[in-house]
Every structure is written in structure tokens, then in C-alpha cells.
Design a protein. Structure first.
Length: 91
């Protein structure tokens, strides 16, 4: 994977914001096959314009670069969305 950051589509970014607003517990699938379970906390944009999804795992807070996310699935009962594929929707 190239290190050049590729922004996430604005429509899909909204799902991350909803997850953060409700502090959803998520199953997060990563580009390349990794997976983790974490609580959504916030998003952050660096001065380099790279965007990160900040989550809390059992090991503490962790930043995930948005273009490394393949999909998110809320694990909370009654969540306002299901699995969202992020990996192929870049600007």
C-alpha cells in the first residue's frame, strides 16, 4: 500500500461521526486483512491533511488512518446503521 493519503468520501465519513457521537462498539476491518474491536471516540485531521479515526481498544486509545479502514460494523443493539464498506470509496 502506498503511504500517500487518500481521503475518504464525505458520505462515508458521516458514518464515522455517527459512530463517535454514539460511542459505538465496532468491529473494524482493516485493509490487508486485520481486524479489531474498539469503541469509537473521535476523528482527527493532522496538519498534513491525513485523517484519523480515534478508537479505544483494551490497550488504550489508538489512531487509525482512514485510508487503512476497509469496513466498520456496529456491535451495539439498535445501532443506526449496519456494516459500512469504506475501503473502495475514496475521493
Amino acid at each position: 500500500m502506498s503511504d500517500a493519503y487518500r481521503p475518504l468520501s464525505c458520505d462515508l465519513y458521516d458514518y464515522l461521526e455517527i459512530a463517535c457521537m454514539h460511542h459505538y462498539q465496532l468491529r473494524i476491518e482493516l485493509v490487508g486483512g486485520g481486524e479489531l474491536t474498539a469503541q469509537a471516540l473521535t476523528t482527527r485531521t493532522e496538519s498534513s491533511k491525513e485523517e484519523f479515526f480515534i478508537v479505544r481498544t483494551e490497550n488504550g486509545e489508538q489512531p487509525l488512518r482512514l485510508d487503512r479502514l476497509l469496513a466498520i460494523t456496529p456491535l451495539n443493539h439498535g445501532a443506526s446503521f449496519g456494516r459500512v464498506l469504506l475501503g473502495n470509496a475514496r475521493c
